[in-house]
Design a protein. Structure first.
Length: 586
């Protein structure tokens, strides 16, 4: 029998050559004028170049000054070679044509342009400006259609916007669009705000779109807008490495005084698996919204927020301001804020109100590994002027901190509470955190500064069921070790996780915070609801100078108590850091 040759390798080879041929045939369309015309004037304008790429027909009047684009699956390139070495402003007379075929618009092709090379700051030199100053109100600058999925725009100044600078997927979703390395809503220096305040600057509607990136050259500088600077909807969109509401130095706010939101998820409908930042070097955004940093709303699922500086500048040392760092509304689910792996934690500091405000049914929210109210090192004050975290929703599977290394948050130097609970919400587990030097209580059940007293049998209800805290009765220290002893009373025949902390001072009420997490032990209450610890059961190494000890208890349903009364002699060390910062005793 004659054997037939295997046709699979031949088919793969033909497919390869076909793909190569298509790629090789992609057109480069060169813009050589800053005019905004479609006349037979001997030059190729940006407007004409977009038409050529869209229609695959040479454009520019009878002379056909712009080369024809090529058909899909090629991705044409629009480059710039405008005479002169200074900034070239394309003053739009009307909205640009919708981008309807995939194209790469490469502003850095203009001679004299250069990409950002700084890890902190943005030294990009952008010499092509697209200005919407003359357009009517509510007119977009760039609109990218679903048929243009795969488009990339980089290296432009998009200024004086009257509506969206970029609308990605304006009628139906567009996918895999990349917008990187631009100055959007600013001048070419990245220091002057030019954007209008009517709506938002960017809309990402689709799957796998990327705003910014992990390399310095990918950073966008984005400032302005009204309700939201960036809106995102769809699945798997990435927002990484950008300065949003921050100038090119990374150290000064650059937002309108009106109520802006830096990043808003939900106005475009369901948003699933949006990633804001990330664990990779350079993935985190530096962002500030006059009203809100990040807002997560209805229909938003499985958002990941990692590695960002929110309300604090790119150096991680000074406040940018803004009202609230991160907030939720209308029942988003599965939000992860931070993480235990290196680079996952956010710095959420310098806000004029709360660091994080969880509101209105935010189920399954995980908050771990963040620094809230501190600088990037976690050691100095860059205070949020309200609570570090304010809880105005049931937990529904949420947790603050965790049992594993790296999951605890540092929540310190806030001008109000460390964690503030509105009365009545339950199920909030707060584990392994370092909570200290906040002006008010480290954990407050009732949105006030009066610690909740234990009650016999722990039968009361309210925030976290008013879970009783342990009572420390002895804390002998020898050779750098403390042997804590005490009692605990709650519901009978249940297992409670008791966490122990050390510090240097105590709140004026006598109720503690917990600067240094020492460790945890499980206690099982007897039939009367009693348990005890001591005789080496709760023995821990302590840092030098720590002389005050506290504890919390968490029931099997995830209800964590307030901190216990302090035991020990306070050092009374008072922390005074940056001007305008708040600091209390441990």
């Amino acid at each position: 029998m004659t054997r037939r040759p295997n046709s699979a390798p031949v088919a793969l080879l033909l497919a390869f050559f076909a793909a190569f041929a298509n790629t090789a045939a992609a057109a480069t369309i060169t813009v050589n004028s800053s005019l905004d015309t479609t006349a037979n004037d001997g030059v190729c304008t940006l407007r004409e170049a977009i038409n050529s790429a869209n229609n695959n027909v040479a454009s520019g009047g009878m002379a056909n000054e712009c080369a024809a684009g090529q058909a899909f699956p090629t991705i044409d390139a629009i480059h710039f070679a405008i005479p002169g070495s200074t900034l070239h402003t394309i003053a739009l007379a009307s909205q640009l044509p919708d981008i309807t075929g995939p194209v790469t618009i490469e502003g850095y092709s203009q001679a004299g342009s250069s990409e950002n090379t700084l890890a902190v700051g943005d030294n990009a030199v952008l010499l092509v400006e697209v200005s919407a100053a003359a357009l009517p109100q509510f007119t977009d600058t760039f609109r990218i259609a679903a048929s243009a999925s795969g488009t990339t725009v980089r290296g432009l100044v998009v200024s004086n916007t009257k509506n969206q600078a970029f609308t990605v997927g304006f009628s139906t979703p567009a996918d895999n669009v990349v917008i990187e390395g631009n100055f959007i809503g600013t001048d070419s220096t990245g220091t002057i705000l030019t954007a209008g305040v009517n709506l938002n600057l960017l809309r990402l509607n689709g799957t796998g779109n990327r705003l910014g990136g992990t390399t310095p050259k990918s950073r966008n500088l984005i400032a302005g807008g009204g309700g939201g600077t960036v809106w995102a909807g769809g699945t798997g969109n990435l927002i990484q490495g950008n300065y949003i509401g921050v100038d090119a130095s990374g150290t000064l706010p650059l937002q309108p005084a009106t109520a802006t939101i830096a990043i808003e998820l939900s106005p475009l409908g369901a948003a699933n698996a949006t990633k804001i930042g990330g664990t990779e070097a350079g993935a985190g955004n530096v962002l500030m919204g006059t009203n809100l940093g990040i807002s997560i709303g209805a229909g938003v699922h499985d958002t990941i927020i990692q590695g960002n500086y929110i309300g604090i500048d790119a150096t991680g040392t000074h406040a940018l301001g803004g009202n609230i760092g991160i907030t939720t509304s209308n029942a988003p689910t599965g939000t992860i804020i931070g993480g235990s792996e290196p680079g996952a934690g956010n710095v959420i500091s310098g806000n004029n109100s709360y660091g994080i405000f969880l509101n209105d049914g935010a189920a399954g929210t995980i908050i771990k590994g963040n620094r809230i109210g501190t600088d990037a090192t976690g050691t100095r004050a860059v205070s949020n002027h309200g609570a570090g975290i304010f809880l105005f929703t049931p937990s529904s599977g949420s947790i603050i901190g965790g049992k594993d290394p790296g999951e605890g948050n540092t929540i310190a130097f806030n001008c109000s509470f460390g964690i503030d609970m509105w009365p009545g919400y339950v199920g909030w587990a707060m584990l392994g955190n370092s909570i200290y030097s906040n002006v008010n209580l480290g954990i407050s059940f009732n949105h006030n500064n009066a610690p909740v007293a234990n009650d016999a049998g722990d039968l009361d209800t309210g925030s976290n069921n008013q879970q009783n805290h342990p009572v420390i009765t002895a804390a002998p220290v020898a050779a750098g070790m403390v042997d804590l002893a005490g009692t605990f009373n709650s519901l009978p025949a249940k297992t409670y996780r008791v966490e122990f902390f050390s510090g240097v001072g105590c709140h004026a009420t006598g109720s503690g915070e917990g600067r240094n997490f020492l460790g945890a032990r499980d206690l099982i209450t007897d039939v009367s609801g009693n348990a005890s610890f001591g005789n080496g059961l709760a023995m821990f190494a302590i840092p030098n100078g720590h002389s005050v000890f506290t504890a919390t208890a968490t029931d099997p349903d995830g209800n964590t108590s307030e901190f216990s009364q302090c035991f020990g002699i306070p050092d009374l060390l008072f922390h005074s850091d940056f001007e305008g910062a708040c600091a209390g005793y441990d």
